[in-house]
Design a protein around this ligand. Sequence first.
Ligand SMILES: *Cc1c(COP(=O)(O)O)cnc(C)c1O
Length: 374
Amino acid sequence: MKRVYNFSPGPSGLPEPVLKQAATEMLDVNGTGQSIMEMSHRSKDFRPIIEHAEAGLRSLMNIPSDYTVLFLQGGASLQFSMVPINLAGVEAGEPKKKAAYIETGVWSQKAAEEAAKYIEPVIRASSKDRGFTAIPPAPKPDPEDAFYHITLNNTIVGTKWPDLPETGDVPLAADISSCILSEPLDVSRFGLLYAGAQKNLGPAGVTVVIIRKDLLGRAPAWTPAMLRYDIHAKEGSMYNTPPCHGIYIIGLVLDWLKNLGGVEAIAKINREKAQLFYDFLEESELFQSPVEKTSRSLMNIPFRPVLSDPKDIESRFLAAAAEEGLVNLAGHRLVGGMRASFYNAMPKAGVEALIDFAKAFENSFKNSFKKRKI
Ligand SMILES: *Cc1c(COP(=O)(O)O)cnc(C)c1O
């Protein structure tokens, strides 16, 4: 067996010790004589598993007790609907409420588009005119807005908010799908956080929502039960069958992270990994980062050749990298180029292997291009 270094933006690599433990427990989890996939979610055996995952998340993220943690389904994409419905939805016939959306890339646009079906999302700031290569200055909260939505890390364009916006009494809601647990985050600054698990937390199929309790119970009467935070909260994420296997894996990932020293420790490693790669791009005569320095992501690093017609180089780079076991480096189909994702599970050795490969690739091209950084 030979495992690759997987630079996928998601679903992405999981820590190897987690996969090994899950393999060991495949037929018999916690001495129950059952696989986690066969177990009733209402059984006494499953309860400790979901409680363990929640406790792990609460301690690693320092989640205050006035916040509820939910394990839901439907991905971050369903939160694009659930957030506006639950925080600002109105009864049929009533005028729509407004909320602030900061446009920083594709996911924030999708969030706003979906919200427009239920509320009036107002794009209070955008970096679209700059190709989303930076986070725009945060506008002051408008007291009219029911909430203030941001995408903390922009997976496709490779930006992250350098500082959280000050939103006063307007609840801050953030999509943290691609940066959850990558660095310390002050949960108390937020009204609501959500993240699909498949980037930094576990397998696809679970979405974590962290919501301040006073924001529960605002959904209008027409809201489908499955889309109501208050119902999921009341039922402890077990209104219906939860994604048991995914929740179990999240618990193992959180154990792994805790053993490693927690979020501070992983943040240090994540900063080192990203710095190595940004330094490489800085020195490179062939590749560059399209993202402004102040807004650069630690998790997702897009890069592209400096040449005017890069397509040939890109496809050669991706093919040769894959042969070396460095996979999933293609940029998102909407932006092209290349992108390396360095989530928590990516070891520093993987980043170093990628840099070594990219340097050797560049050397083999040395004579066929001239430095022409933009
Ligand atoms: C991946 C991603 C999404 C989409 O997640 P799904 O779980 O596939 O719906 C949304 N927002 C961000 C920031 C992402 O990285």
